[in-house]
Structures are given as structure tokens and as C-alpha cells.
Design a protein around this ligand. Structure first.
Ligand code: GLN
Ligand code: ZN
Length: 759
């Protein structure tokens, strides 16, 4: 029998080449278009995406990876898992209810959102309390039929697997896992049976949770479940798909009776595993060979030899070649990047280019290397051009970094002594109120920035516009009687991109968007080489804001770990080296802010938790590096300068020690969307430094009631002494409008005043 390779994709970006998807959703939410228009527009985008993959020559095209918001929420909706606070009476979940769960309404808070594994994608956490799961619609089937009827594509339905789905859900006890699983299994069986009857061949069941450590009992139970799946639909070829990491319980999982197993050969040690334990010869190996998480052109010839190696150590007959994960995490196409430096562009590969590499590799496997000789040659030329670019290395910064050590990454005085000096300077009241940094980025703010970027308005005019906004909001914040003010970040599109545009070693793209949560997309900058400080990045705006008020204005920076995690960083220098280079540049920025009279500087690290490697054995190194980089950035300032940090949407109990070790004088953390679970972390520990646990959710347009805020504060004060506590919203306010922002902050300040009276 000859060896055959089949090309495949695990998921395609939903957002469209120019974020058409986002625009359609937001227009619908603003009631500018009808539901029918939204559906028509998103149908168009989805079919275009399918067609593109068809034209690129992908054999197994994923269907059902489309979403109106999030694929985990889609799964919940499909199973009728709707929290009780949203009135739901069975049947197919309508779009209004679906969006209500994601975004909240005036009567019901939204479901929690949290990071999807170690990515910057956020999913809606399923709430299983009181759930009575039923199959409300066979979603994969509907998308399978659509692709077949509209485009003649025999698609590969993508389903979120039950082990991952349940593991990501909340509202049940650990010991109820098996029982709950048994409730969902028949629903999965029905989906699979119907797909089989409709003529589907391959079905991808995503189980990224297998890249994490699971109890043996869970693995055994999972095996039973997958055996049931295979028996119920024997004609389907099920692909048990893992990604983001190698499979932790490899030996057990490869024995599941599925037709194919999808492994990530880019992240983790899958190659090592197949060397050590082999791969079953009756199964197809679906090899994630092209990185689905970054944007860099890979070496085709090297990839071919990895495939050769896989072939030689296993006895497999068939291989599926695919990206390491869904391409949801990368931008759509580099062809739109017409203004990018050509040396840098030569080194890039977005979703479409990655799929092209997949089809090239597949051809190379099937027809021999000579059949793709021209492609290989072009690939080598492009890589050579990128690698030899002088823009990529900076010896100066490498030397500077080497001259620093741990003592340079620690503040000289311990917290309890620093804080006295800070209190003396700042004279803040008990329970000081503040915000997290950004203030509403209204359409006018965004439009003006776009005009300036296009050269339609002058630098002077734009700067004046930013100043006017700062003026306006310093006045508003003073009227609100907030204690520590912010300049509002009006000059920033995005907290990482802004710094990316100003630091050496970075490049920003025009259309390199990826989905972050719901309709929100981010445009991660590219780190293509050594990073260094160029000139002050934030001093002008902070100093201007401070000149308008007697109250302290916080300087506002993004931390080294977050800048790194939210960028597409090239992997030929170690990540931690680049992280320290960023930290060194920030250190200079902090010094500049301080020299110019800024007394409080916030260094945001919202991405610290999410960047944790899935493999727990790698945690220690990661966290240690994070503490070092944060320290490097923040420790060159005076004792009396107060360092704040901020984090959001995460679990914290497992990184508590790291939070402490960051040694920030004040930390603010998103809390209310995880419904108070955060407080328990601090119950179990004695945290000495100051802390603000967000007292209201900023992701929802709903203005909170004073009683809710008071309740949140009082709950926190049962654990945290008032003299350590700050009062602030969960996160930045850039996505809210002015009315919502002022309304909510007014209530927050009133709540703080009420509570202050009691202490
Ligand atoms: N300072 C940032 C802001 O307010 C923090 C954003 C974040 O935590 N993601 O927008
Ligand atoms: Zn935040």
C-alpha cells in the first residue's frame, strides 16, 4: 500500500479579511441592521471562507467552526445549557438569548468569560447548575449540509468534545463529572448518527484538554465515551483532535478506538512521544505540522523532513497534514499588508499562506519533493531575505541586558517601608477610588485617529484633539471625585500595539487582526528582532494630564509579559530574552515618567496568567521569568513612587505567590465577572500589599446598582483590611460609552463614600 497524505484545516478565522464579521455583529447590536441582514452578511462571510479553502486545495475543510460569538457558547446553546436567569423555554436558542448570555442584559448579568487555554481567545464559561441538557439543534449537521449544498464541499464537521466541554464548565462538583458526562453522551451520539446518515465522512472532535494533566479515572471514562461514539456511528471517521501541547496521557489516549488522532507537532514533544511509545498502525495520524499560533513563514524543506521522520518511526499508512491548531488565532491573509517593510513581509505567513504551505507539503508527500521544487526555492529565498535583514539584531541591547542581574530587578526597600513614603507623598483617603486606565474610545476618538493615520489631519491637530479629550476627562474625573485619575489612553488603539509602534524591533500590520472575545479583535504587533527603547512613549500625555490637576494621575504602561504574550514573537531568540529586552525598554520609560513628576505608575499584566504553559512542569520557569521581567521594568524608580499593576479574567489561586512576588505596591484585579470567586484566593493567604478587586463588570453595558457594588466591596472587606483596599471597576473602560461610564463611576464613588463612613 502506498503512503498517502491528505491536507486538512482545523478551523478558519471567522472575522473576514477586513473584520466584516465584527462590523456586522456590532451593527446588529446597535440596531442598525436587522437580524435577517446579520444572518445574510455572516452567511456570505462564512461561504467565502469555505470557498477560499476549497480553492486553496484543502481536502478536509472544517465546517461548523463558524460562530456568532464563541464556539463554547455555541456548544452550550446546542445543548440547551442556558443559565436560569435568561428566560429560555426550550427549542432552538434564538440569537437574542444567545447574545444575552454573552453580553448581559439590564436584568441579567452575562456569563463569565475566560481565556481559552493559553491563548488570548476568550470563551463563555458554560453554567451547568440546574442544566437539563437536550439537543436543541444539530449544529454540525446544519453546517455540513450547507457546505455540501452551496459549494459541493464534503466538509469535516468540527465539534467541541465532551471531556473538554465539561472540564471548562462550572456549576457542578468534581464527583458529578461522570454522571454529567453520561447525560451529554446520548446528545453527542445523536449528532454523530445524524451526521453519518447525512453522508459525512470525517468528523473532528476537539479535545484540547488532553494537553493538560487529567486523572486516570477521567481518561478511562473518556475511553468508554469514545468507544460509544465509534460504535454508534461506525461509518464515520472520527478524529480525536488535540492541540496547543502534546498529549499528557499519550499511551492511554492513542488506544481510543477512533479513526485518527490529531497531535500538535509544533508545541510540546509529540515527536518524542511517538518515538518512545509508537503510534497505532491502524490509525491515521493527523499531524499539526504548521504553527497555527504564530505568523511566521516556516521552512518547507524542514517540515518535509519532520514528516519523513514521523513516517520512519511509525508504521502509519496515511497521514493528515494540518496546522497545529485552528487558524482562529492568526490573521487572515498577508496579501493586504502592502505597506509593510518587504524584508519583514518575506518572513510572514497568515492563515491563507499557512494553508498554502499545507497543500504544498501534502503534494510533496504524495508526488515527491521534486514536485514542489519551485515552492521550496521561493520559500528559501523569502526566509533568507527575512533572516539576513539588518533590522533584526541589536548587539547593544544584548550587552546591556547581560550586565544586569537579579539585584537590578528588585526594589531596594521592602513594601512596608516603601508604602509609608508613598502615603506621605500621596495622602490618599481610606479606600481610594480609581479606574484601570482607559476611558471611552468613542466613535469620534476612533474616527479622528483613523483620519490622522491616513494623513487627513495634521499631527498638531491630532495632538490637540487628544489633549482636549484628556482635559474633558480630567474635569469629569474631578467632578466624580475619584482619588487617583488617569489620562484615559485616548491616543492608544490598543495597549500592546501602541508600544509596538514605538519600540525598536516591532512592526505593526494593517489588517493583522485576530478575535479576542466576541466581536472584539486585537492586532498583535510583530516582534521580528531584538527589542530596544527608542524614545519616550507615554510621557507627553501623562504629564499633560498631571498638569491639569492636583490629584495624582497614574502613568499607564503595558508590562513586559503582556507585551510579549500579545505579540507575535519570532522564535529564533528565546522568549525570555525578548521579554527582558522589553522590560529594559519599559524601565527607561518608567524613569522618564518619574523624572517628569509622575508619582504613580501602573504596569498592566493582564496576560500573565493566560501565558502559563499548559504543561505544569514549565510553570516555574515561566513565572520566575515573569517576576524577573516585571521587576526589571519597575524597580529603578524611587521608593516613594507607587507601582500599580492590573490583571484580568483569570483564576489566581494557583499563581498567588507570583502575584505577591511581583511586589507591586497596588494590584487591581478583575473580579466581578467571576462572581466573587477571587476573594477566596485572598482568604486563604495573607496578602500584605494594597489591592483593588474590581467592584463592577465593565464588559456589560448595564449600569450596576449601588447595592451591588456595596455588596461586592463588603464581601472583599471581610477578607482584606480596609486600609489595603482600593475601589475600582474590573478593567479599562474603553469599550463603554460616556454615559455608561459616568453613570457607573458615579455610583461606584458613592458606594465608596458610604462605606468609608462606616470605617
Ligand atoms: N490599562 C488598560 C485599560 O484600561 C488595561 C486593559 C486590560 O487590562 N486589558 O484599558
Ligand atoms: Zn483588565
Amino acid at each position: 500500500m502506498t503512503f498517502t497524505a491528505i491536507s486538512s484545516n482545523l478551523g478558519y478565522p471567522r472575522i473576514g479579511e477586513k473584520r466584516e464579521w465584527k462590523r456586522a455583529l456590532e451593527s446588529f447590536w446597535k440596531e442598525e441592521i436587522t437580524k435577517e441582514q446579520l444572518i445574510k452578511e455572516t452567511d456570505k462571510i462564512r461561504l467565502k471562507n469555505l470557498k477560499k479553502q476549497q480553492e486553496l486545495g484543502i481536502d478536509l475543510i472544517p465546517v461548523g467552526d463558524f460562530s456568532f460569538y464563541d464556539h463554547v457558547l455555541d456548544t452550550s446553546a446546542m445543548f440547551g445549557v442556558i443559565p436560569e436567569r435568561f428566560s429560555y423555554n426550550g427549542g432552538k436558542v434564538d440569537l437574542e438569548t444567545y447574545f444575552a448570555i454573552a453580553r448581559g442584559t439590564k436584568d441579567a448579568v452575562a456569563s463569565e468569560i475566560t481565556k481559552w487555554f493559553n491563548t488570548n481567545y476568550h470563551y463563555i464559561v458554560p453554567e451547568l447548575e440546574h442544566a437539563q441538557p437536550i439537543l436543541t439543534e444539530n449544529r454540525p449537521l446544519a453546517f455540513y449540509k450547507e457546505a455540501k449544498e452551496e459549494l459541493g464541499i464534503d466538509g469535516k464537521p468540527v465539534i467541541l468534545g465532551p471531556i473538554t466541554y465539561l472540564s471548562l464548565a462550572k456549576g457542578y462538583k468534581e464527583e458529578e463529572f461522570d454522571e454529567l458526562l453520561d447525560v451529554f453522551v446520548p446528545l453527542y451520539l445523536q449528532i454523530l448518527e445524524e451526521l453519518e446518515s447525512a453522508g459525512a465522512t470525517w468528523v473532528q472532535i476537539d479535545e484540547p484538554i488532553f494537553g493538560t494533566k487529567l486523572d486516570d479515572a477521567v481518561i478511562q471514562k473518556a475511553k468508554k465515551v469514545y468507544t460509544q461514539f465509534c460504535e454508534a456511528a461506525p461509518k464515520l471517521k472520527l478524529i480525536l483532535q488535540t492541540y496547543f501541547e502534546h498529549v499528557i496521557n499519550y499511551e492511554s489516549i492513542i488506544e481510543f478506538p477512533v479513526a485518527a488522532i490529531g497531535l500538535d507537532f509544533v508545541h510540546g514533544d509529540s515527536l518524542q512521544l511517538i518515538k518512545q511509545f509508537g503510534f497505532p498502525k491502524d490509525k491515521v495520524l493527523a499531524a499539526g505540522i504548521i504553527n497555527g499560533r504564530n505568523v511566521w513563514q516556516e521552512n518547507i524543506a524542514d517540515k518535509l523532513s519532520i514528516i519523513e521522520e514521523i513516517k520512519s518511526i511509525t508504521t502509519i499508512q496515511d497521514i493528515i497534514l494540518q496546522p497545529s491548531s485552528s487558524l482562529l488565532h492568526v490573521p487572515v491573509t498577508k496579501k493586504l499588508e502592502v505597506d509593510l517593510n518587504p524584508d519583514i513581509k518575506a518572513g510572514l505567513s497568515f492563515a491563507d499562506e499557512k494553508l498554502e504551505d499545507i497543500t504544498t507539503l501534502t503534494k510533496g508527500c504524495n508526488d515527491g519533493e521534486h514536485s514542489i521544487a519551485t515552492k521550496i526555492k521561493t520559500n528559501q529565498e523569502q526566509l533568507a531575505r527575512f533572516n539576513s535583514s539588518a533590522l533584526r539584531t541589536n548587539d547593544q541591547v544584548r550587552k546591556e541586558l547581560q550586565s544586569l542581574d537579579t539585584s537590578d530587578a528588585k526594589r531596594p526597600l521592602p513594601f512596608n517601608q516603601r508604602i509609608k513614603k508613598q502615603q506621605h507623598e500621596l495622602k490618599l483617603p481610606l479606600l481610594p477610588t480609581t479606574t484601570i486606565g482607559s476611558l471611552p474610545q468613542t466613535p469620534v476618538v476612533r474616527k479622528t485617529r483613523t483620519k490622522w493615520r491616513k494623513g487627513e489631519i495634521s499631527n498638531e491637530k491630532y495632538e490637540q484633539f487628544i489633549k482636549d479629550n484628556i482635559d474633558k476627562w480630567i474635569t469629569i474625573q474631578e467632578e466624580l471625585e475619584l482619588d487617583v485619575l488617569v489620562h484615559g489612553e485616548f491616543e492608544r488603539t490598543d495597549m500592546v500595539e501602541y508600544f509596538g509602534e514605538k519600540l525598536n524591533g516591532f512592526e505593526v500590520t494593517a489588517f493583522g487582526w485576530v478575535q479576542s472575545y466576541g466581536s472584539r479583535c486585537v492586532k498583535p504587533p510583530l516582534i521580528f528582532g531584538d527589542v530596544s527603547f527608542n524614545k519616550a512613549m507615554t510621557v507627553k500625555e501623562s504629564v499633560y494630564a498631571q498638569s491639569l490637576t492636583e490629584k495624582p494621575v497614574k502613568g499607564m504602561l503595558t508590562g513586559p509579559v503582556t507585551i510579549l504574550n500579545w505579540s507575535f514573537v519570532h522564535d529564533d531568540a528565546p522568549r525570555f530574552t525578548i521579554q527582558n529586552q522589553i522590560a529594559l525598554a519599559l524601565r527607561k520609560e518608567l524613569e522618564a515618567l518619574e523624572e517628569n513628576g509622575i508619582q504613580i505608575i501602573q504596569v498592566d499584566e493582564p496576560a500573565l496568567r493566560e501565558g502559563l504553559p499548559l504543561d505544569e512542569r514549565k510553570w516555574e520557569d515561566y513565572l520566575e521569568a515573569a517576576v524577573y521581567a516585571f521587576g526589571l521594568a519597575t524597580s529603578a524608580v524611587k521608593d516613594s513612587t507607587q507601582i500599580h499593576t492590573h490583571m484580568c479574567y483569570s483564576e489566581f489561586h494557583d499563581i498567588y505567590e507570583t502575584i505577591d512576588a511581583l511586589d507591586a505596591d497596588v494590584i487591581s484585579i478583575e473580579t466581578s465577572r467571576s462572581h466573587g470567586e477571587m476573594v477566596t484566593t485572598f482568604e486563604e493567604n495573607t496578602y500584605e500589599k494594597e489591592i483593588g478587586l474590581g467592584v463592577y463588570d465593565i464588559h456589560s453595558p448595564r449600569i450596576p446598582a449601588k447595592s451591588e457594588i456595596i455588596q461586592n466591596i463588603n464581601r472583599a472587606l471581610q477578607t482584606i483590611p480596609p486600609k489595603q483596599f482600593w475601589i475600582n471597576p474590573d478593567c479599562g473602560l474603553k469599550t463603554r460609552n460616556e454615559e455608561e461610564t459616568i453613570g457607573a463611576l458615579k455610583i461606584m464613588v458613592e458606594a465608596a463614600a458610604d462605606i468609608r463612613k462606616e470605617h
